[in-house]
Design a protein around this ligand. Structure first.
Ligand code: MG
Length: 495
């Protein structure tokens, strides 16, 4: 009996040692798991911890209380595909070409994906011994050759693009482009009008979006159309299973939720539960999901070796009215380079490493690339726009980031440097004001005293304005603009 116990203890020890050595990087430090929980179109004001009065998000709020809640955290683009491309490459979309001037995100039937020379976060961490999964929406190319499993991810369960693409009304995106090339504005308006009413009372069958599963052993369509009310729940089950399967080695779990991008759906357990009505139900289910992922990390005994980040890919889709979220006190929303389009909630949690704090330094989703590599013990990558935030997470220094470049469709519309933001172009999105205006006299905002961009202080700070315009010139001089890949599709319909 004793021999058996000794044998069991020895086996356990060996397996622990193996686990530990598997998780040690080149620096000899244990490589932390990286979990990126990435909501879609969730606004700056949509969480309890960011001031929402009705939507209850106790799990995310708890992470925020126990970890770092960032107040000045940004995405690199105000819409889905370029924002995701930037997170996964650590580069501005204009540098990789993962943007469009006329087609702003990828649509079903896209032939392109992430350009081959680019290194994704999954590839970079894979080279350091990480296993990786994406559970959720990809939106960087729906041809099999562009799947996440061709770009470093070991496993994918989710949608290839947004849940409102791929309409079951039989007019494809290419047909719309062909109609436009023929000058058929009226016909397009007819299709769009019929569709717009469907967002308010969505039904699963209005769309034909596939739910896919992909790994080294192949691909399969799990169902089509994806049953959207249960997506958040099923993503969560997949994420929990992935954590359980990989407790013995470092992993990257990238979880881009399909929700709360419209059409919004919650599972039956969450329908009608939130004071925030339907949109609130959807956010509260995401919050539940975050709690489940946390519990899985704790159950697997890896929470103290895991950096969890919760954030969003862009601001709220305001034209969706009560089915869209809120940017809180920030100005405007998705699609724009106002603060409401690009500043997002960001919570960093890492028990035992991150001490509770509200961080007012500037950060970007592009920084998650550089930070993850640094934590994994990889060599710093040159030629990226992301910066290493490790010192902030470990409480040993301030954020190295002083600037945010606000691009829309490849155009630099604003630049933040320190407390100030210079605005060069003002433009609403999705039919909402303001109408596009290239500002002859750029505007200046002090985002510390005026995060809502309500008071132009250019006249009060002429020297500051000069400094800001110099910073714009320097940014332009050092940023090589790649051609917009998403627009390549228009060549198919050139008249
Ligand atoms: Mg989005």
């Amino acid at each position: 009996m004793r021999a058996l116990a000794l044998f069991a203890a020895a086996t356990l020890l060996t397996s622990c040692q193996l686990q530990q050595s598997a998780a040690l990087g080149t620096t000899g430090q244990r490589q932390p798991n990286i979990v990126i929980l990435f909501a879609d179109d969730l606004g700056y004001g949509d969480l309890g911890s960011y001031g929402h009065p009705n939507i209850r998000t106790p799990n995310i709020d708890q992470l925020a209380r126990e970890g770092q809640r960032w107040t000045d955290f940004y995405v690199a683009a105000p819409v889905c595909s370029p924002s995701r491309g930037a997170l996964l490459t650590g580069k501005l979309p204009v540098r990789t070409g993962l943007y469009g001037q006329r087609i702003r995100v990828m649509f079903p039937g896209e032939e392109l994906g992430i350009p081959e020379p680019e290194t994704t976060l999954a590839e970079a961490l894979g080279a350091e011994g990480y296993r990786s999964a994406i559970i959720g929406k990809w939106h960087l190319g729906d041809a099999p050759g562009a799947y996440p499993t061709r770009h470093g991810f070991d496993y994918w369960y989710g949608l290839p693009y947004s849940n409102d693409m791929d309409w079951a009304d039989s007019t494809s995106f290419d047909e719309l482009l062909a109609m436009r090339a023929r000058g058929g504005a009226e016909a397009i308006a007819g299709v769009m009008a019929a569709r717009s009413g469907r967002y308010a009372e969505p039904k699963v069958e209005y769309w034909n979006v596939p739910l896919l599963e992909s790994s080294g052993s192949g691909e399969r369509v799990v169902e089509r159309p994806a049953h959207q009310p249960t997506l958040t729940r099923r993503y969560t089950e997949q994420a929990v299973a992935f954590v359980q399967r990989n407790a013995d080695r470092p992993f990257l779990l990238y979880m881009p939720y399909t929700m709360p991008h419209t059409p919004i759906f919650a599972s039956s357990d969450f329908q009608g539960r939130s004071l925030g009505k339907r949109y609130g139900d959807v956010i509260e289910e995401i919050d539940w999901s975050v709690g489940q992922v946390r519990a899985a990390l704790e159950r697997a005994g890896v929470a103290e070796h895991t950096l969890v980040i919760f954030t969003s890919d862009n601001g709220p889709w305001l034209s969706m009215r009560h089915h869209g979220g809120s940017a809180g006190l920030l100005n405007n929303g998705k699609g724009t380079t106002f603060e409401g389009g690009m500043r997002v909630p960001a919570v960093f949690w890492w028990p035992g490493t991150i001490t509770p704090e509200v961080v007012s330094g500037i950060g970007s989703t592009m920084d998650l690339f550089a930070t993850s590599l640094s934590l994994a013990g990889a060599q710093p990558v040159s030629g990226i726009d992301g910066l290493d935030l490790t010192s902030v997470l470990k409480g040993t220094g301030e954020s190295p980031r002083s600037e945010i470049a606000y691009y829309r469709a490849g155009e630099l519309q604003a630049l933040r440097r320190g407390d100030f933001k210079v605005q060069l172009v003002a433009e609403g999105a999705y039919g909402l004001p303001p109408e596009r205006q290239v500002l002859e006299t750029p505007r200046l905002y002090d985002l510390r005293e005026d995060p809502g961009e309500r008071h132009d202080v250019a006249a009060r700070h002429p020297e500051r304005m000069e400094e800001m315009l110099d910073a714009v010139a320097r940014h332009r001089a050092r940023t090589r603009i790649a051609s917009p890949l998403f627009d390549a599709r228009l060549a198919r319909f050139a008249r």
